[in-house]
Design a protein around this ligand. Structure first.
Ligand code: HEM
Ligand SMILES: *[C@@H]1O[C@H](CO)[C@@H](O)[C@H](O)[C@H]1NC(C)=O
Length: 194
């Protein structure tokens, strides 16, 4: 009892509290410490302490990544035929032309596929639009005559990027040279005969 009365005296001397009040306050502080530190438990610690051993988990199979088919060469193609590859037919690749060279941009379908930010480029000759950094549909052509050096340089950079990233699968031909060396006139005659 001598120990207890000495303890009670020193608690009173240092804190001015009765032993009961002192130990109540200490107990509350300890409680608050554990309560507050419990907020900062790492999630993995919590999971580990709650579930040991971990319950057998049903792993969902990972989603199949979309793999576009290998680029197929289309060879000579007219602007009109190129339109068929604008993304409206999901079975066809996405093609896009720069300076008459046709690239398969199917791996960039997030850009050029339906709903993509640049879907209007698909199935089109895009040289002028890229050179001018233009979204105007009237610039979807290969007309470069009035462009300045800087604009042609921009186009060149785009072309380099596409050569590097995509597979070239063909080249634009004008209607008349599509089949052999026919000129527009003889083709027209042939069409009239069909
Ligand atoms: C508001 C201005 C623009 C912004 C913020 C922008 C942003 C972007 C971004 C973030 C990408 C993705 C790059 C990557 O992940 O590789 C991209 C790609 C592209 N941008 Fe833009 N862009 C802008 C204007 C234009 C304009 C004016 C053109 C041409 C007319 C253009 C043509 C392209 C093309 C062709 C690609 C795709 C390149 C590829 O196939 O890898 N962009 N753009
Ligand atoms: C794609 O081209 C086809 C013709 O081949 C046309 O009917 C369709 O409207 C075009 N779609 C887009 C998104 O331009």
């Amino acid at each position: 009892m001598a120990f207890y009365s000495a303890l009670a005296e020193s608690i009173d001397a240092y804190t001015g509290l009765s032993p009961v009040a002192f130990f109540t306050i200490v107990a509350l502080m300890v409680g608050v410490y554990f309560l507050v530190s419990g907020f900062f438990v790492y999630p993995e610690d919590e999971a580990a302490s709650k579930s040991s051993p971990p319950p057998p988990q049903q792993q969902a199979p990972p989603p199949e990544p979309f793999v576009p088919p290998e680029p197929v060469q289309v060879g000579d193609i007219t602007l009109e035929e190129l339109q068929a590859y604008n993304g409206s037919d999901p079975k066809k690749p996405l093609l896009m032309a720069i300076k008459g060279q046709v690239y398969d941009v199917s791996i960039g379908r997030l850009f050029y596929g339906p709903g993509g930010a640049y879907s209007f480029f698909a199935g089109r000759e895009t040289s002028r639009a890229l050179a001018l950094m233009s979204f105007d549909p009237r610039d979807l052509n290969s007309d470069l005559e009035d462009l300045n050096e800087a604009e042609l340089e921009v186009l060149h950079d785009w072309e380099e990027k596409f050569k590097e990233k995509y597979v070239k699968v063909g080249q634009i031909v004008s209607e008349k040279s599509k089949d052999g060396n026919e000129d527009e006139n003889s083709k027209q005659i042939k069409e009239n005969l069909e």
